[in-house]
Design a protein around this ligand. Structure first.
Ligand code: NAD
Length: 333
C-alpha cells in the first residue's frame, strides 16, 4: 500500500446523534489513519460525556456558535457532518471556509443547487469533500460492483433494489429537516446500489407513492414509494422504499446468471448469493474503512471514490423521482 503513516488525521464529528454515537465514534477507535480529535454539539451534557468517554481536550470541543473557530485548530484535519439532512449544506460550506477537509452524511443535501455550493466551497478552499457512502468499502457490495461492471454474468438485463425501515421518528418525518421521507433516508441506497452495480447512469424515472396507512404520522412525507429507473440498453431497475416495512435487497439479473444481496445495506449481517452459489466475504467495520480511505486519500493526494459529485448525482436522481411521483409523468434525468 502506498500510504505512509506519518500521523493520524484528526476528525471532528458535528452532531452527536445516533449515528455518531453508535457507529462513527466507535469506528474511530478502529481506524489506522484517523482518530476522533474533536466534537461539535449544541448540548452541554453531551459535550461533558463525550469529553470523558473519548478523552478529548477541552479546546477541541465546539458548539454550533463557536464552530467557525475550528479554523484555528491544527488538531482537526477533517470535519464530519452528521446533522439532519437540511443542515448539511450550511455546515459543509462553513467547514470548507474553516480550511478543513469534509465528510458529509447522505443524502448530501436537499437540492442540486446546494450540492453545487458545497462542491464549490471545498474546491475554493482547496479541500476534499466526500460523502458517507460506507457500502463502497463493504466486500459484498464491492462484489456486486465487480460482477455487474465487469459483466461477469454477461450484460445486466434487470435490477431490483429495496430498502425500508419498519419504524422511524423525529426529524426524519419533518419535511423541512429531512427533505422527504424514506426515499431521502434509505431509498438513496437503492439509487446508489443500482448505479454501482451497473456502473451506469439512469436516463429517466417513473414513480408512484404508496397508500398512506398512517396519514397523521406521514402528513409531511411519503410513507412508501415505488419507482423505476431506466438505464441505457433498456436495463430497468425496479425499486421500493418504506418507513413502515423492513426491506433490504439488491439484485441483478444478467444474461448468464444472477447475483444479489438479501441483506444489502445494513452495518453488519450482509448476505450475498449468485447463481453460482453463496458469497463468502469477511465482516468489516464499514465506517472505519470509509473514514480510513478518506484519510488515506488526503495523505496520498488522490481522489476519494465517494466524492461530492457522486452525492450530487444522487440528489439529482432523488429529486427527479419526487417530480415523477408528484406529476405521475416520466422524468428524464
Ligand atoms: P439523530 O437524530 O440521531 O442525530 C442528529 C443530531 O443532530 C443530534 O445530535 C441532534 O441534536 C443534532 N441536531 C442539531 N440540530 C438539530 C435540529 N434542528 N433538529 C434535529 N437534530 C438536530 O440522526 P442520525 O441518525 O444520527 O442522522 C444524522 C445524519 O446521518 C443524517 O443525515 C442521516 O441521513 C445520516 N445517517 C447516515 C447513516 C449511514 O449509514 N451512512 C446512518 C444513520 C444516519
Amino acid at each position: 500500500m502506498a500510504t505512509t503513516k506519518t500521523h493520524k488525521l484528526g476528525i471532528a464529528l458535528v452532531g452527536l446523534g445516533k449515528y455518531s454515537s453508535g457507529q462513527l465514534a466507535p469506528a474511530l477507535k478502529e481506524t489506522e489513519y484517523c482518530y476522533l480529535a474533536g466534537i461539535v454539539t449544541g448540548t452541554g451534557d453531551k459535550a461533558a460525556k463525550w469529553r470523558r468517554q473519548y478523552d478529548l481536550p477541552e479546546q477541541n470541543i465546539y458548539s454550533y456558535s463557536t464552530f467557525d473557530d475550528i479554523k484555528d485548530n491544527a488538531d482537526i484535519d477533517i470535519v464530519y457532518i452528521v446533522l439532519p439532512n437540511s443542515m448539511h449544506s450550511e455546515y459543509v460550506v462553513r467547514a470548507a471556509k474553516a480550511g478543513k477537509h469534509v465528510i458529509c452524511e447522505k443524502p448530501m443535501a436537499l437540492t442540486v443547487a446546494e450540492c453545487d455550493e458545497m462542491i464549490a466551497a471545498c474546491k475554493n478552499a482547496n479541500k476534499m469533500l466526500s460523502i458517507g457512502y460506507r457500502l463502497h468499502f463493504e466486500p459484498h457490495n464491492m462484489e456486486m460492483m465487480r460482477l455487474g461492471q465487469k459483466k461477469i454474468f454477461g450484460p445486466i438485463k434487470k435490477m431490483q433494489a429495496e430498502d425500508g425501515l419498519a419504524e422511524v421518528e423525529g426529524w426524519r418525518l419533518d419535511k423541512a429537516l429531512a427533505g422527504g421521507g424514506p426515499l431521502m433516508d434509505v431509498g438513496i441506497y437503492c439509487v446508489q446500489g443500482v448505479r454501482y452495480t451497473s456502473g451506469l447512469e439512469p436516463l429517466a424515472v417513473t414513480a408512484r407513492e404508496g397508500v398512506k396507512k398512517n396519514k397523521e404520522k406521514f402528513r409531511e412525507v411519503e410513507e412508501s414509494l415505488t419507482w423505476e429507473m431506466e438505464f441505457p440498453d433498456g436495463i430497468i431497475a425496479e425499486c421500493r422504499t418504506s418507513y413502515s416495512e423492513q426491506l433490504n435487497l439488491l439484485r441483478a439479473e444478467a444474461e448468464n446468471g444472477w447475483f444479489q444481496l438479501t441483506t444489502a445495506y445494513e452495518y453488519e449481517g450482509i448476505e450475498g448469493e449468485t447463481s453460482d452459489g453463496k458469497m463468502k466475504f469477511p465482516k468489516v467495520n464499514q465506517q472505519a474503512k470509509q473514514m480510513d480511505d478518506f484519510a488515506r486519500a488526503i495523505i496520498d493526494r488522490r481522489p476519494t471514490p465517494v466524492p461530492g459529485e457522486m452525492g450530487r448525482q444522487d440528489v439529482k436522481i432523488l429529486n427527479a423521482i419526487y417530480k415523477a411521483m408528484e406529476t405521475g409523468k416520466r422524468v428524464t434525468i
